[in-house]
Structure formats: structure tokens, C-alpha cells
Design a protein around this ligand. Sequence first.
Ligand SMILES: N[C@@H](CCC(=O)N[C@@H](CS)C(=O)NCC(=O)O)C(=O)O
Length: 216
Amino acid sequence: MTITITAFERSPDGGKGLARDTRVRWALEEVGQPYQVRPVSFQALKEPAHLALHPFGQIPTFEDGDLTLFETGAIVFHIAQRYTGLLPDDANARARAITWMFAALNTLEPPIVELGMALLFERDKSWYAARLPMLQDRVRVRLGELSRRLGDADWLDGAFSAGDLMMVTVLRRLNASGLLDEYPDVAAYVARGEARPAFRRAFDAQLAVFNAASRS
Ligand SMILES: N[C@@H](CCC(=O)N[C@@H](CS)C(=O)NCC(=O)O)C(=O)O
């Protein structure tokens, strides 16, 4: 039974790989598991067939036999637990890698998404000019803290893990904001993640879906 994930039929990011299916694709590529993709339109996301898989009407979902999952944290964690390559064998190192997954999703992603939403949807609002610096500073605080922790290391805790995978995909959402440029070591960390062959394969695969939709 081949794993099936869902992704946007036509991603609003223009093929930049910022939609969250990229992190699931990347995890599957890292562990060498083949998968197929079912593209879903925005309309179909909110229809009963998709809502049966994902209660919030979002992508991605993950189906493997009789198992259906949603939430990328849970999906990547499942992949990392089930297959070799994304979590260390040592129990304590494994727990720390999982901690970084939660940190990416609970501590970094919220202010990054909040900033992204403001940049996309609030530019014409009366409060935008006053709110933007506050949102940027909240992200800067986290980038500064991450930068201090990273130091000279390539990855967050020893070898590359699911924690790095999640963190890099979360940080990539800042690519267009210019904020990563203020933290060259964090920018280099993201670039290291993006240079991994498994990431390249995941990125190219999502781009192919976007390009196919653009041609149709
Ligand atoms: N916390 C969820 C977020 C999922 C999510 O926000 N998906 C976006 C695409 S990246 C989506 O489907 N947006 C369309 C919508 O919410 O209607 C996860 O990590 O899986």
C-alpha cells in the first residue's frame, strides 16, 4: 500500500514550497519511503470527502492503509518513529529531537505565521504600519534565541533530525520577509536544510504539481 498525501492543487505560494505538504514530502524523502500525492482544490478542502480526512479542511493529510493522519507535527513524528533516519536511537537524544519539533511548531511557527498573515492580508488596514514592527520584533526575538543556541553547530542537536526538518520548514516562511538576513547563521542553517538531496526532491516534486496546474 503506497502512502498518499494531499497537497494544494495550485499552491498560493507560486511553487515556493511553503505549503505544509513540503515538510511531509521531505520527511518521506529522508526516510526513503515512496508516496503519491492527491492534489485538492480549495473548494474540495471544505467538502465532506476531505473533511472526513481533515476536520479543519486543510492540507496535508497522510493515508497509509487504514491509518489517516492530519497535522504535520503528528505526520512527521509518525514517519520519524516508523522509519529510520529522522530520529536518533539514543532515548535522550530522541527526546531532545522531538522537543525541537515541538519548539518549531509551538514557539517559532506562531509568530512567523502571524507576521506572514499580516503581510498578506493586512496591508490596507489602518493598524498595519503600527502593528508590523511589533510582529517583526516578536520574530526577531525568537531568531536571536535560536541563533544563540545554534552557535557554530550545523544542526540543533547533533545529527540532522526531524527537529531540524520541522524548524527549517518553519523558518523558510520568512524567506521573503528579509528577517533571516539579519541572522546569517540562521539563514545558513536554513540553506543547509534546503541543500539536502531529500529536500531538493521534495521541493521539485511540489513545484512539478504547481507547474502542471499552471499549464492547465
Ligand atoms: N497546523 C496544521 C496547519 C495546516 C495548514 O494551515 N494548512 C494550510 C496549507 S499550509 C491550509 O490547508 N490552508 C487552507 C485552509 O486553511 O483553508 C499543520 O501543521 O498541518
